[in-house]
Design a binder for this molecule. Structure first.
Ligand code: SF4
Length: 89
């Protein structure tokens, strides 16, 4: 069952305090934290746990690098616009 490790406690490098596994597996909009593999690999069989309780899509979504921020997208659009302008000159 998915709650089997919920009460295990770990020191979170992001929060700087002790938190239960339940927090780690739900922090990411209900999905596991991006760092769950690194934080838990020596404590529990984390890859097995993820494989048993989540679809490949959910795992990818949870562990993928953060998507571009709005400012990145805006900067990219500005760069593109500049290029088009330069090419037109
Ligand atoms: S998995 Fe995420 S929330 Fe859990 S301890 Fe590591 S960094 Fe903190």
């Amino acid at each position: 069952m998915i709650e089997e490790h919920d009460s295990l406690i770990i020191r979170c490098p992001q929060l700087g305090g002790e938190i239960p596994f339940k927090y780690c597996r739900t922090i990411n909009e209900g999905l596991p934290c991006r760092r769950i593999m690194a934080c838990w690999e020596f404590r529990i069989e984390i890859s097995k746990f993820l494989g048993e309780h989540y679809s490949i899509d959910q795992i990818q979504l949870a562990l993928a690098p953060p998507t571009k921020t709005r400012i990145d997208t805006i900067l990219e659009l500005i760069e593109k616009a500049k290029k088009i302008k330069e090419e037109g000159e």
